[in-house]
Structure formats: structure tokens, C-alpha cells
Design a protein around this ligand. Structure first.
Ligand code: DGL
Length: 279
């Protein structure tokens, strides 16, 4: 009789997290400009979006308050099983990304204004930002690092985020405030505007309408999505199958202030009905 010796495969297979969701968050609605691009470029991915509407805007909060909110939201996304997190907010990125990367082990992707590509195109650039971003050391160091011999004008734009959050994007008040900031920018003779807040792409058409059409507007949604994709590939986390026939399961939305008005603004900005749950 021959005895076949069976051996046990003792090698532990790494767990496959590739079909877990990606978490995306912002102080409110701005990050939807990033979510839209991720949805288009990575159609197999499941996305969970958190709008921290109760605490918006972040732009006039202290660093400590913003760090606390970022940690609360990141922990909630990790609890929901997220394999990676996109901080779809320039303000939260410059203030809180470094400490978050030290705290958690999943890939964290941040949003930074497109200064480097703007400098490659132009010598006269304006960056529109929130108050908190405009005075942040990490942001100022980034400008210094990339500006080379370009003239870079940083324009804080307080008030714009609040108005978008309050459904007043198309109000006279909004237009008046925006015009004031653009007048400051135009005094500097600039030809390129970098949008340094994820809420701002929602009014890039208004900017184009108010300034000379020759001005180039630079956004960050695509570079952020490409960076996310690179990180997912590097960590073998790209979703390999399209397993969602139900869009409401594939794209889930939460807010710290979920109400019917927010649902209606979100649905308008995304051009599709949104189901919003409390966070
Ligand atoms: N979308 C956020 C950003 O990119 C807005 C910050 C805020 O809430 O003021 O900075």
C-alpha cells in the first residue's frame, strides 16, 4: 500500500480588500466635485461620501477643531470598511493629513491646489482659497516650493463656501462677493486662476463669465483621481468587478446635518437623486 504524504499549506493568504468602499469627505458639498470625477474614472468602485455640514465651513475654524473633525470622520469611514480615504477638502488636507497618515494604515489621498501645473503654464497666477488655507504653513510652503519665478497672488474668499452650503450659489449676494474677490485678483494682472477649494469648481462658469475668457482656470479633481488610482494599484486595491446594479448601494451619502434641503442641493449638484443618511 502506498501512503501519500499530504502537506498543509501553511502560507497565510493576504486578505483581499479590493472590493471594499472608498471613503470621501469634505466639510460639506465641495467634495462632490471630486466624487463626480472619481465616479466617472473608476466606475467599479463603491463610494461612501460624508458631508460634515453641521461643522461647515472649516475655513474659519481653528486647526485643532479641523483635526478633531477629520479624525472623527476618518474613524467612521474606517469603521464602514473603507479601503482608502480621499480628503476632498483643501483646508482639511493642509491642516490634518500629516497627522491622519500617522494614525491610520490605509492610503489617505489629499487635495492640493494645482500650483505646479499652473507654474508650468503661466508667470501670473492667482490661487483662490479659504481663510484657513491661505494662512496655513504647509500650503504656503507648497506655493514657495513650486512658484519658481512666477508671481503668485493668494486670494482668500471668505463667505463663498457658506453661501454654497446655504443654497445661495445663484444669489445676488454670491455674485457680489465673488466679483469683489475677482477684482482683487485682476489688479494683479493674472492670466491663470487656480481653484484652491473643492467648493469652487461649482462656480467656475461664473468666474469665466465675470473675467476675461482668456484666463485659464485650473481644477484638481482629475489629478486627485489619478493619484487615488495610482495608490489603489500600488496597494492592489482596485475593485476588480462591477458588482453593483443598485446605484444607491454603490454610492452612499451621509451628513452630520442631513435634511431635505441638503438632499435637494446635493441632487442638483450631482444631477441625480441622492439618498442622504445621518452621520
Ligand atoms: N471644500 C473645502 C476646501 O476645499 C471647503 C472648506 C471650508 O469648509 O471652508 O477647502
Amino acid at each position: 500500500m502506498t501512503v501519500t504524504k499530504k502537506t498543509l499549506n501553511t502560507q497565510i493568504q493576504p486578505e483581499d480588500h479590493s472590493n471594499q468602499p472608498i471613503g470621501i469627505f469634505d466639510s460639506g458639498l465641495g467634495g462632490l466635485s471630486i466624487l463626480k470625477c472619481i465616479k466617472e474614472q473608476l466606475p467599479n468602485e463603491q463610494l461612501i461620501y460624508i458631508a460634515d455640514s453641521l461643522y461647515a465651513p472649516y475655513g474659519d475654524k481653528s486647526d485643532d477643531e479641523i483635526i478633531e473633525r477629520v479624525n472623527v470622520i476618518a474613524d467612521a469611514l474606517i469603521k464602514k470598511g473603507c479601503k482608502a480615504i480621499v480628503i476632498a477638502c483643501n483646508t482639511a488636507t493642509v491642516i490634518a493629513i500629516d497627522q491622519l497618515r500617522l494614525r491610520v494604515s490605509i492610503p489617505i489621498i489629499g487635495v492640493e491646489p494645482a500650483i505646479k501645473p499652473a507654474v508650468a503654464l503661466s508667470k501670473n497666477i492667482a490661487i483662490l482659497t479659504t481663510q484657513a488655507t491661505a494662512k496655513n504653513k504647509r500650503f504656503l510652503a507648497l506655493v514657495d516650493k513650486h512658484k519658481s519665478d512666477s508671481n503668485v497672488h493668494i486670494q482668500p474668499c471668505p463667505g463663498l463656501v457658506e453661501l454654497i452650503e446655504n443654497n445661495q450659489l445663484h444669489s445676488i449676494k454670491f455674485e457680489h462677493l465673488l466679483k469683489g474677490y475677482l477684482l482683487e485678483v485682476l489688479k494683479e494682472n493674472i492670466d491663470t486662476i487656480v481653484l484652491g477649494c473643492t467648493h469652487y469648481p461649482f462656480f467656475s462658469d461664473k468666474i469665466k463669465h465675470l473675467v476675461d475668457n482668456q484666463i485659464t482656470i485650473m481644477e484638481t479633481a482629475l489629478p486627485v483621481t489619478e493619484q487615488l488610482k495610482r495608490q489603489l494599484i500600488q496597494h492592489q486595491l482596485i475593485a476588480n468587478t462591477h458588482c453593483f446594479s443598485n446605484k444607491q448601494l454603490q454610492y452612499q451619502f451621509f451628513s452630520s446635518q442631513a435634511n431635505s434641503e441638503l438632499i435637494s442641493i446635493m441632487s442638483t449638484l450631482l444631477n441625480t437623486p441622492v439618498k442622504l443618511s445621518p452621520f
